[in-house]
Write a protein that binds this ligand. Structure first.
Ligand SMILES: [Zn+2]
Length: 561
């Protein structure tokens, strides 16, 4: 990849955190079809035509303190369709029309060169981020095709697709976020940035946070928990039994209050007056100064807000499109499509709490809560396949999981198969294809210890995907589209999305697959998983047979999912 040294600015690495916001330092833009009209293999500056509204939109980003980079595939160079001098003239014309960019990164190679920079590879994104004194995780990439989104994801950056008439339908369906135009993409970037900054910052006393769902839900709330904890005397986290193990892994939690909430739990018990009265007594006894109720976009904070009111909690914050009457003091609203961690961070901000500057808005775990991996897995770089899920609609079909293990092992990877205590049969049959079976032998913390040493995790949309994100381990996401990928995909960690994004189960929120044959994942080619592992830069472990890894002595324990 070639930086244009004449243009790439020297940038102060700390500047973004001071000038920019909590979320982003820089916006990277694809060139053809995003900044300017796509004229194939153009070497003529006279043919440069900006996309509508581009100049004003870019100036808004510049004014907001965000740095700008261009990341563009120009295989016309490799094919001799234009010269480097012509390309430079085109880029000079682009800057004349659209203003200066702080970094230009160009891949001059053809598809068959196997270079690390041609999108969908993440090389250009990493290089541009480095030019701009930041990391890919703190960048947004705006582009018009699937390759741009894949490169953004593979780098751990935020992707926004602005389709043109030539963008394919499946690329639109798979994108983490879709904006109609470049100006609306810019509007969304600035809105998200502003949404995590409190208008009125405050110091908290004892704050009760609530996230009453599964492990994954608790993990994605982590950045918001840390935001509150940074400015409060004491933080209590109310979670359900399914979320307790995850709550113990979160930095910033002083005390866990476990209680299943009948209006949140996916398999709820009937409402019993005795139980509700007991919860009310418990909430009253906590004597907290305020409460912040975190929910998913399909859950309501209002039943608990009523109980908190009855328990005398003086200040209650929550996200509610439904009219809350006097149940909420801070009623926050979030448009669809925002990643869950940012959605929660925006509620924390609405309640008065922001992440302090050195803390990054990514998922994190308490270091002291993650044990080392079991003996035999001390050499890092293996792949972990977690075929199950708390919801069967989001699980990898067992037969496919076995074929994936076979393909990965055949390519020289060590593969470890993990699963919960009720998934032992599943993991045994999957691991038989060439992996090590650790099914049913890890709690969530032990599972985190195993994932921490992995080169990548292959998993559906379920809790362990968020564990990997929190550990900075790349994810091959076998994503059933029952909920939006942009909201629930692995956050700020290198990832590849696989599976049919436009399958009939899309946006159904179904916990059991509503379509015969589970087509969103069943049709997946195991070779695509191997290609994804390569795109994420995970090499096979040379000289280590799986027999060595089979010598693993698993620790006891119950439950990760
Ligand atoms: Zn290249």
């Amino acid at each position: 990849m070639e930086p244009d040294r004449r243009r790439s600015a020297r940038v102060d690495p700390g500047a973004g955190r001071r000038r920019g916001g909590v979320l982003f330092d820089a916006v990277l833009l694809d060139r053809d079809g995003t900044l300017i009209e796509d004229v194939p293999y153009n070497g003529d500056p006279e043919k440069v035509r900006p996309m509508p509204g581009a100049r004003a939109a870019l100036d808004r980003l510049r004014t907001a303190g965000l740095r700008l980079g261009v990341v563009t595939n120009q295989s016309g160079l490799a094919r001799g369709l234009f010269t480097a001098a012509q390309l430079a003239a085109v880029h000079a014309r682009v800057e004349e029309l659209l203003g200066p960019f702080d970094s230009w990164r160009v891949c001059p190679h053809d598809d068959d060169a196997g270079c690390p920079c041609r999108k969908p590879a993440p090389g250009l994104v990493h290089a541009a981020a480095a030019d701009l004194g930041t990391t890919a995780g703190r960048c947004v990439l705006v582009g018009d095709i699937g390759r741009d989104m894949a490169a953004a994801l593979a780098a751990g950056a935020t992707g926004i697709l602005v389709p043109t008439p030539v963008t394919r339908g499946e690329e639109v369906a798979a994108a983490p976020y879709v904006a109609a135009t470049l100006p609306t993409a810019v509007e969304e970037i600035l809105r998200r940035q502003a949404a995590v900054t409190p208008a009125r910052p405050r110091r908290g006393g004892t704050v009760l946070l609530v996230r009453a769902d599964s492990a994954g839900d608790v993990l994605v709330t982590g950045p918001a928990v840390r935001a509150v904890a940074a400015h409060a005397e004491r933080v209590l986290l109310l979670c359900g039994p399914r979320g307790r193990e995850a709550a113990r892994l979160l930095p910033g939690v002083d005390e866990i209050v476990e209680w299943p909430l009948e209006w949140i739990d996916p398999d709820p018990a009937p409402v019993q007056p005795r139980r509700v009265e007991a919860l009310l007594r418990r909430l009253t006894a906590l004597a907290v100064d305020e409460a912040v109720i975190f929910t998913s976009f399909h859950q309501s904070p209002l039943p608990l807000a009523l109980l908190l009111r009855l328990a005398g909690v003086p200040r209650v914050s929550g996200i509610s499109d439904d009219y809350p009457g006097s149940l909420l003091d801070v009623r926050h609203r979030v448009p669809p499509g925002v990643p869950e961690p940012e959605r929660a961070l925006s509620l924390a901000a609405a309640a008065g709490y922001a992440l302090p500057a050195p803390d990054q808005p990514r998922l994190r775990l308490r270091r002291d809560a993650v044990p080392p991996p079991p003996p035999g897995l001390d050499e890092p770089g293996y792949l972990v396949l977690h075929p199950g899920s708390s919801a069967t609609s989001r699980a990898c079909p067992p037969e496919l999981a076995a074929r994936i293990v076979g393909v990965l092992a055949g390519a020289g990877h060590r593969v470890v198969v993990t699963g919960g205590p009720d998934e032992r049969e599943l993991t045994a049959s999957v691991a038989a294809a060439g992996g090590v079976d650790l099914g049913g032998r890890t709690g969530l913390a032990e599972l985190a210890g195993i994932i921490a040493n992995a080169g990548a995790l292959v998993v559906g949309n379920t809790g362990p995907a968020h564990l990997a994100a929190a550990l900075g381990v790349p994810v091959v996401s076998l994503f059933a589209p029952t909920v939006p990928f942009g909201q629930w995909g692995p956050y700020r960690v290198p990832a590849v999305r696989l599976g049919d994004a436009d399958a009939p189960c899309r946006d159904t929120r179904a916990t059991r697959c509503p379509v015969a044959g589970h087509p969103c994942l069943a049709g997946l080619d195991p070779g695509a998983v191997l290609a994804a592992v390569r795109l994420l830069g995970v090499p096979p472990v040379a000289g280590r047979s799986t027999a060595a890894a089979r010598a693993v002595v698993p620790a006891g324990g119950g439950g990760g999912r």
